[in-house]
Design a protein around this ligand. Structure first.
Ligand SMILES: Cc1cc2nc3c(=O)[nH]c(=O)nc-3n(C[C@H](O)[C@H](O)[C@H](O)COP(=O)(O)O)c2cc1C
Length: 196
């Protein structure tokens, strides 16, 4: 069983996180440890009209189904398993990743469980994929991302390509989901790959 950590922060495009969770419920060999920041919950509410209660979280409220393989942890629960390097995982995806969380992760701040779990991935040299969503980018944003990229973090902006001839929003989401899961060698048949 592969273990993946997913963090949803307060950047726009929480729909990528929602879609990623939907896709992973179909992979029976993957256990997901999910945490959502307070701003992440707020942005999901503003953009998708998804109301989630972080204190009494129900997966159905986010993706419409439940799954025993998606385990939720409150963002303030710094005693959760994913806060420790001794809890082995394949790595972590923060999707979407706000510039605030990028700045905190780049500087080892660990102010909530998402930032702490990311810090653990960096120190344990596990795969960490950050999916930033901001435009335009300031020099501060760029410097933080460069710093992370230089230490091996995968900065994978929510910038879908158009060479798979997307016809709808789902096609655009599937492009980014495929790129994210490629980082963990998890194959999906969500898009037609270039020249395949
Ligand atoms: C609807 C909405 C959209 C937002 N979009 C972005 C965004 O695209 N990128 C970003 O960096 N911050 C965005 N923010 C601001 C962040 O939520 C804010 O900086 C927050 O403090 C981030 O906290 P977190 O990283 O702990 O989730 C948005 C906020 C709201 C309410």
């Amino acid at each position: 069983m592969k273990r993946l950590i997913i963090g949803i922060t307060g950047a726009s495009a929480g729909i990528y996180g929602v879609r990623l969770l939907e896709v992973l419920t179909e992979h029976e060999d993957i256990e997901v440890h999910l945490t959502i920041s307070a701003s992440g919950a707020r942005a999901l509410s503003e953009e998708l009209q998804i109301k989630i209660d972080l204190n009494n979280f129900e997966l159905e409220s986010l993706i419409g189904v439940s799954s025993p393989r998606i385990i939720y942890h409150h963002e303030s629960d710094i005693a959760a398993p994913i806060a420790s390097g001794s809890f082995r995982t394949e790595g972590m995806i923060v999707v979407p990743c706000s510039m605030g969380s990028i700045a905190s992760i780049a500087n080892g701040m660990s102010r909530n469980l998402i930032q702490r779990a990311a810090d653990v991935c960096i120190k344990e040299k596990r795969r960490l994929v950050l999916v930033p969503r901001e435009t335009p980018l300031s020099p501060i944003h760029l410097e933080n991302m460069l710093k992370l990229s230089r230490i091996g973090v995968c900065v994978l902006p929510a910038m879908p390509g158009f060479y798979h001839f997307p016809k709808n929003v789902d096609d655009l989401l599937n492009f980014i989901i495929t790129k994210i899961l490629d980082q963990f060698d998890i194959d999906t048949k969500l898009i037609q790959r270039w020249k395949e």
